[in-house]
Design a protein around this ligand. Structure first.
Ligand SMILES: [Zn+2]
Length: 480
């Protein structure tokens, strides 16, 4: 017999043991579960509903930007991987291979860790002239990175879901501009929808995508003092075009190499939401991403049951522009239901019983502050709108305050080490060299450069670790 899941309340405090707390919230809020296959996870309907909302939001953005969705195969012929040398080297430890060979070519097949190579093979055939450009395509799919051994639900797993956008342009300027544009769309998704503040920047040579000219990133900062990379946008330059034979005839009738970018975010965003906003009673969801925004819990008595349930349906109708659920299950007590909707992070709970009906009012409780409001029916719509807006802003402001307060500028290596111990965001002049960064990571047991922030103050200072010239400041910290 399988062991049944423990669905009772959370037994550790977020501040005491964040990893334990995180695991319990994901399981008990029914977002995801562990799977019998090592390194993989199961996304349950409530977790998938959040992902679905992220997809819905982003598909609208993609449509506006002229990006079309498509789907490419899960399997990639081995020789595709060897066409772009840096890319092949960067991904080789992560690739899972299929035991059966391709019957035609007798070649080994990889399970995609990312789709640049399989897509660009087709792009080489589809793109002929400048009239075919820009080409903007995206796919929603799963990818596999075999090196991951121990699953951290939504944060690290061998298989995960993501979107990957792949565009081709005539000019470098256009490619640069749109690489930054997609990054900015990611930042908007995180900040305006998920209420997770981010820093935007460029990755160091060590941390950039294998085969890219440069990689840009958005990084969130979690309450336990670790960064979480939430999305990246890469300018691929012309390296892949050269390797895959993508070229076009320009207006000048001559053949040219195009410029390319690729950009992606994954189901990891669900993990960011949980860690950023959750509390000791469970999940706390920002209204704009919550699959259920309002849970109505009727206070049922035998005598008044019919009237109460009727009042609930009227309420739901009145609030039809929101995602509303009526929890009319009779086998559970009202108190049990309150706990459950709190665990699931539903932004507003509305309680309604016979006494409220008499007074023509409802009781509204907000999830983020637990504050209770007695609201007359005639003021209900305005109040609900105001509270949802307020919760969204409050969650962002709280997280933003923490991020801002965590940044410390350091001048010396001693200050750097102290800031690593304090789990701060370290802002320091950095040379950007790979060996320097390897040593920093080694000496701090895991802190690395997260990005060179986009907004820079020019500096003539020396690198905080090696003392050579540092033109730019970088953010450092440990990360998930
Ligand atoms: Zn250095």
């Amino acid at each position: 017999m399988a062991e049944k899941l423990d669905t009772k309340g959370i037994t550790v405090k977020k501040a005491d043991d964040m990893p334990q707390w995180y695991g319990q919230v994901i399981i008990k809020a029914e977002l995801a579960d562990y799977s019998p296959v090592r390194g993989t996870m199961i996304i349950r309907p409530y977790g998938y509903a959040i992902w679905q909302k992220i997809m819905d939001y982003f598909n609208t953005i993609l449509k506006d930007l002229g990006v079309e969705n498509a789907y490419f195969p899960l399997f990639i012929p081995e020789n595709f991987f060897h066409k772009e040398a840096e890319h092949a080297e960067g991904f080789s430890p992560e690739v899972a291979w299929v035991e059966n060979k391709d019957e035609d070519s007798q070649e080994r097949l990889a399970i995609r860790p990312t789709s640049e190579t399989i897509m660009y093979d087709s792009y080489a055939r589809w793109i002929r002239s400048h009239r075919d450009l820009p080409l903007r395509m995206n796919q929603w799919c799963n990818v596999v990175r075999w090196e991951v051994k121990d699953v951290k639900l939504f944060l690290r797993s061998r298989e995960f879901l993501w979107q990957e956008g792949h565009c081709v342009y005539e000019t470098e300027e256009e490619c640069d501009r749109e690489t930054m544009m997609y990054l900015e769309e990611y930042a908007t998704l995180l900040e305006d929808v998920l209420a997770v503040p981010v820093v935007r920047g460029k990755k160091s040579e060590k941390e950039k995508f294998a085969g890219a000219k440069y990689t840009t990133t958005i990084e969130a900062f979690m309450p336990d003092g670790k960064f979480l990379q939430c999305g990246t946008s890469h300018n691929l330059g012309q390296g892949f075009a050269k390797a895959f034979g993508i070229n076009y005839v320009g207006k000048d009738e001559k053949e040219h190499l195009p410029w390319q970018n690729s950009w992606g975010f994954s189901t990891r965003l669900v993990g960011a939401l949980v860690m950023q906003h959750g509390d000791d009673r469970g999940l706390v969801l920002p209204p704009r991403i919550a699959p259920i925004q309002i849970a109505i819990v009727p206070i049922l008595f035998e005598k008044s049951k019919k009237d109460t349930l009727r009042a609930c349906s009227q309420l739901k109708k009145k609030l039809s522009k929101y995602e509303v659920t009526i929890d009319d299950r009779e086998e559970y007590s009202a108190g049990w239901k309150f706990n459950q909707w709190e665990m699931k992070g539903v932004p507003l709970r509305i309680e309604i019983g016979p006494k409220d009906i008499e007074k023509d009012q409802v009781v509204i409780v907000r999830r983020d502050t637990s504050k209770k409001y007695f609201v007359k029916n005639e003021e209900l719509k305005e109040k609900v709108e105001e509270l949802l807006e307020d919760i969204q802003n409050h969650l962002f402001d709280k997280a933003h305050e923490h991020l801002k307060k965590s940044i410390v500028e350091v001048e010396s290596w001693d200050e750097f080490l102290a800031a690593v111990d304090d789990r701060k965001i370290i802002y320091a002049p950095f040379c950007g060299a790979k060996d320097c960064e390897d040593q920093i990571k080694d000496k701090t047991k895991g802190a690395n450069s997260r990005c060179f922030p986009l907004e820079q103050k020019e500096t003539s200072k020396k690198c905080v670790y090696c003392g050579s010239d540092a033109r730019l400041y970088a953010y450092f910290g440990k990360n998930y």
